[in-house]
Design a protein around this ligand. Sequence first.
Ligand SMILES: Nc1nc2c(ncn2[C@@H]2O[C@H](COP(=O)(O)OP(=O)(O)OP(=O)(O)O)[C@@H](O)[C@H]2O)c(=O)[nH]1
Ligand SMILES: [Mg+2]
Length: 206
Amino acid sequence: MSCCAGGKSDDPIFTQRKPTTYEHIFKFIMVGDSAVGKSNLLLQFIDKRFQPNSDYTIGVEFGSRSIMIDQTQIKLQIWDTAGQEKFRSITRAYYRGALCAMIVYDITRRESFENLASWLSDCRKFSSSDVVIALVGNKCDLEANRQVSIQEAQDFSKEHGLIFFETSAKTGQNVDDAFEKATQQVWKRLQTMNDPSNPNNPNIQK
Ligand SMILES: Nc1nc2c(ncn2[C@@H]2O[C@H](COP(=O)(O)OP(=O)(O)OP(=O)(O)O)[C@@H](O)[C@H]2O)c(=O)[nH]1
Ligand SMILES: [Mg+2]
């Protein structure tokens, strides 16, 4: 094991480190039934990898990646929660401070779509009122096994004011796009909130 206590700036461990370049940190949370592909979406987004036989998440895991929006470097801090019911009370603690919640379902498993109302209810209850909520229908590479149509998911999103994507954590289809568009939406919302002409701007003294 190496130790860096008392290290000088010309030590390899210091010179190899990249400077911190991001300007903002956005917290994201991923929720949804077990086995819909949350951990693989995160793995694909961060590492461009897919695990055909991944383990259930125990509690909560974490990953991060920086992306550029409007020439601004934003670091996404993404909390990947366990979908199994027994972890539900633990994962509820992670909504706090999230700027975006991604609710994931599996397009080949109707039950995971039918459970969306319950995930949405947790989102509304435990995150702030201005959280951006993205609905993600994953496993779109398995078209032949589809049990939820795009139209139905679009209708659900429209009804509840969500942004919607279909993705494949396996092929990578739309994965970057989903995270980037969700980040853009958060960015836009923050700018509207900070706009001096916005009466709901929390920085304006009334
Ligand atoms: N074909 C296909 N399989 C996928 C896709 N995403 C995930 N899987 C598979 O689905 C299974 C579950 O994926 P996970 O990412 O572990 O699911 P999860 O939502 O994190 O599950 P929990 O941690 O229990 O909440 C694994 O066997 C994955 O390989 C996808 O886009 N396409
Ligand atoms: Mg998982």
